[in-house]
Every structure is written in C-alpha cells, then in structure tokens.
Design a protein around this ligand. Structure first.
Ligand SMILES: [Zn+2]
Length: 111
C-alpha cells in the first residue's frame, strides 16, 4: 500500500499563506497537501524521476525508436503508476525484458 502524500507547492505544506501565514492557502484549502495526498491508493505510483533512474542508458539506446518514444511519454507523465496491469508497467516490462539491468532496477523500485 503506497500512501500518496503530495505536499502543496504553494504553501509548502504549511496550509497557510500571506504575511506571517495568516490566510488559508487557496490551493490546498489549508490542508497543506493536495486531495490526492489524502487518498490511499493500493498501487505503485512513483515520480517519473525515480523511474528515469532505473533506466540503463545502453539498454535505452538499444530500443527501437517507437519504444524510446514510449519511454519518453511514460517519463513525461510526472507520476507513473507501475501497478500490475497498467499500460505503463506492461510496456516497460516488455521493452526491458527479464535479465536487463533496467528491469532489475524497476523490480527493486516496486518491491
Ligand atoms: Zn497549500
């Protein structure tokens, strides 16, 4: 179970904005985090920079152009859901097969 906790960028999680932090942040309504952060999602959601770190440069170079473009699309999502059956996971697991460094890193990420 991954608990999403997305700190509000506008108030930095304080929930207050303005001089001395007197006013409820209009973006998060004073909660300090987004609505998404209040929800438990039974999945594997990761910021794309974490997924990017898993990708071996040489293995990426070895993909065909369409696959490379697919990887870029997935990384551009911002948050990547690597739960079972998601399109992102299915594609990445197909493109980076068993035994590749990328697959091993991705498996470690979601474990
Ligand atoms: Zn806020």
């Amino acid at each position: 179970m991954v608990k999403l906790y997305r700190v509000c960028q506008m108030c930095n999680g304080d929930g207050k904005v303005g001089e001395g932090g007197v006013q409820d942040c209009p973006r998060c309504g004073g909660l300090g985090y987004s609505l998404l952060g209040k929800t438990d999602y039974p999945g594997h959601i990761y910021p794309s920079y974490k997924v990017f770190e898993c990708i071996d440069a040489g293995e990426y170079d070895g993909l065909i152009q369409k696959q490379q473009e697919g990887v870029r699309i997935i990384l551009s999502l911002g948050m990547v859901d690597l739960s079972a059956e998601t399109s992102a996971k299915t594609k990445l697991w197909n493109w980076f097969g068993e035994g590749t460094a990328t697959r091993a890193a991705l498996e470690t990420l979601i474990s």
